[in-house]
Design a protein around this ligand. Structure first.
Ligand code: NDP
Length: 333
């Protein structure tokens, strides 16, 4: 099998040189194992953190070892009673053309033709759960909330906006470029802000005349600082990610005025990690399937084709190269 390994730890923005292709011998199966061919591989911003050796909530990749991420694959060969050849499964997968997995670590996809299997990496997977947990458990979203979501046209952001609308809130998303802002309108966001094209603070002032009550942040940095100063009294900030900092080589400045404004406006800032909340997945999936069937929740994806495009697809996340969930269709030409 072909596999991508980490060739060296990146400094700043990762490059293609940080990845190398290698070959693996196909190992025989032991009891309880299956051979899986990855079909759709998720590339995610948090993998940047795993390429470094800084302390985090998930262990770093080792230099010379395979990069792994969540993927949907097909069972090619089985020594596990619960899985048959041809079954579609989701699991933590190496960036490889085939691999051996313990069946206990795989989740079999429900048999439904309502969605493409790749949706189980996005709107029906951890991406969707992240949006749901952030909005409900930590955001305490209520009808009438005034919601801002940064990276609104991204994987998590596009679900946050749709769920916020389903929950009866008014929602505005930020995104880089007119095309992405157009996508936000199609998803039912009340408004979109192209943060490349406008003064972000001024745009927030006109989008939120009475202030933001719930801020779902995927980006950090300047957008965080501007939104902080637009919060309503008792507003809630849910810190989901800070992609604007993932390639920083030193600690970023600001946000200016943080402590004073948190006190004066009695704000609450809460971070969370979705993997602490996997017990909510079945509840989320049940609800999300219903919303998808009703047409209230749509799956937005950018597909990159071919195994060899994996590193490039990952790097493009940091240039805003995706709308919705970035997925690599490994088997495609
Ligand atoms: P996205 O699909 O949102 O992809 C990244 C997007 O971020 C890009 O398309 C781009 O959108 C934006 N972006 C990239 N670089 C910058 C930058 N320097 N400044 C501002 N915006 C930038 O990824 P995900 O939806 O998978 O993840 C979104 C965020 O949520 C990330 O921060 C991620 O780490 C975090 N996350 C957290 C989880 C948790 O458990 N807490 C779980 C999953 C994700 P644009 O062109 O609009 O700028």
């Amino acid at each position: 099998a072909r596999v991508f390994v980490l060739s060296k730890r990146p400094e700043g923005l990762p490059t293609l040189d940080d990845f190398a292709e290698a070959t693996w011998a196909d190992e025989p199966l032991h009891d309880g194992e299956v051979r899986v061919e990855p079909l759709f591989v998720s590339v995610d911003p948090y993998l940047r953190g795993r390429m470094s050796d800084a302390r985090s909530y998930v262990a770093p990749f080792e230099v010379g070892q395979a990069i792994t991420s969540s993927a949907i694959g097909r069972v090619l060969e089985t020594s596990a009673p619960g899985l048959r050849i041809g079954d579609l499964v989701r699991g933590e997968s190496p960036w490889a053309t085939s691999y051996v997995a313990n069946a206990a670590n795989l989740w079999r996809l429900p048999e439904t033709s309502d969605v493409r299997p790749s949706a189980y990496l996005g709107v029906l997977g951890m991406t969707g759960l992240t949006a749901y947990v952030g909005l409900t458990l930590f955001g305490g979203i209520q009808p009438g909330d005034e919601v801002l979501v940064t990276a609104g046209a991204g994987a998590v952001g596009s679900v946050v906006g749709q769920l916020a609308r389903i929950f009866g809130a008014r929602v505005v998303g930020s995104a880089g470029g007119a095309h992405k802002v157009g996508q936000l309108a199609q998803l039912g966001f009340n408004a979109g802000i192209d943060y490349h094209a406008v003064d972000f603070s001024e745009a927030l002032a006109s989008s939120f005349p009475a202030g933001i009550s719930l801020f779902f942040d995927n980006v950090g940095g300047r957008q965080f600082e501007a939104a902080l100063h637009r919060m309503k009294d008792f507003g809630r900030i849910v810190s989901c990610g800070a992609i604007s900092h993932y390639n920083d080589t030193e600690l970023p400045p600001g946000p200016r005025g943080l402590e004073g404004i948190v006190v004066r406006r009695r704000l609450k800032i809460q971070g969370f990690i979705v993997s602490d909340h996997l017990s909510l997945y079945s509840e989320y999936l049940r609800k999300a399937m219903t919303w998808v069937r009703e047409g209230q929740l749509v799956s937005l994806e950018t597909t990159s084709r071919g195994f060899e495009s994996l590193p490039q697809a990952f790097l493009s996340l940091f240039r805003g190269g995706n709308v919705g969930k970035m997925v690599v269709e490994v088997g495609a030409p």
